[in-house]
Write a protein that binds this ligand. Structure first.
Ligand code: MD6
Ligand code: FE
Length: 218
């Protein structure tokens, strides 16, 4: 493991890991060899359940566009944050979770010390330049003993990973295409966010950063 702050080129090669906090681990390049297949699946899922900009409960348009796959999809609207079995855009179930997705999430969780993770929801985020996500906790899931697995694709973004209190100063770490972050246990309710994505062109994903977040929602 590489201590935070020592993440030079030598240390964030595929296979390296960087702890962000206790029970929060960055797996460098863990999904790199699946980039092409993951990209194909994102396109297929978005063809059925398109990316959309949801409203926060406070009425703001989110800069990140989202869709979901799996038995439950994450929703934000005037009524709050929650998981729903049906895509509200279509009134039909979300596309199923591809086996490739759940296998990747299980393998990453096991590698990070969370054997037995069995995701039922995958939120897919699409960031274009300037899009960001402010510090928040993931607490809409039923069983907080289950970890979160987050897969980054495309443009690099700065991940902010803080503590249990919103005022805890977050560490900042670049997330590159193929990086996977797993957090759970004592860090399950850590505040986290994503800094504004800079404009760029990724050879496979173009002007976007995609993020797959796997959870056990119900
Ligand atoms: C990311 N996303 O996009 C991290 N959390 O890299 C999140 O942390 C997140 O997109 C809760 C709900 C939606 C999200
Ligand atoms: Fe989150």
């Amino acid at each position: 493991m590489t201590p935070l702050g020592c993440s030079g080129d030598l240390f964030d090669a595929p296979g390296a890991t960087t702890p962000l906090a206790p029970q929060a681990l960055l797996l460098h390049g863990f999904a790199l060899d699946l980039e092409a297949d993951l990209g194909e699946w994102i396109g297929a899922i978005a063809a059925r359940s398109p990316f959309r900009h949801m409203q926060t409960p406070g009425g703001q348009r989110m800069s990140v566009a989202m869709t979901s796959c799996g038995a439950a999809g994450w929703i934000s609207d005037a009524r709050g944050y929650r998981y729903e079995a049906l895509d509200p855009c279509r009134g039909e179930p979300w596309p199923p979770l591809p086996e490739l997705f759940s296998a990747l999430a299980r393998r990453a969780a096991t590698t990070a010390g969370f054997a037995g993770f069995d995701p039922d929801a995958c939120l897919i985020n699409r960031y274009q330049s300037g899009a960001r996500m402010s510090l928040h906790q993931d607490r809409d899931e039923r069983d907080l003993a289950q970890p979160i697995v987050s897969v980054s694709l495309g443009l690099t973004a700065t991940f902010l990973f803080g503590g249990a209190r919103r005022s805890d100063r977050p560490v900042r770490v670049p997330l590159r295409s193929g990086d996977v972050v797993v957090w759970g246990g004592v860090s399950r309710l850590a505040h986290h966010g994503v800094g504004p994505v800079a404009a760029g062109a990724h050879p496979r994903f173009g002007q976007y950063r995609f993020n797959l977040t796997f959870r056990r929602a119900r």
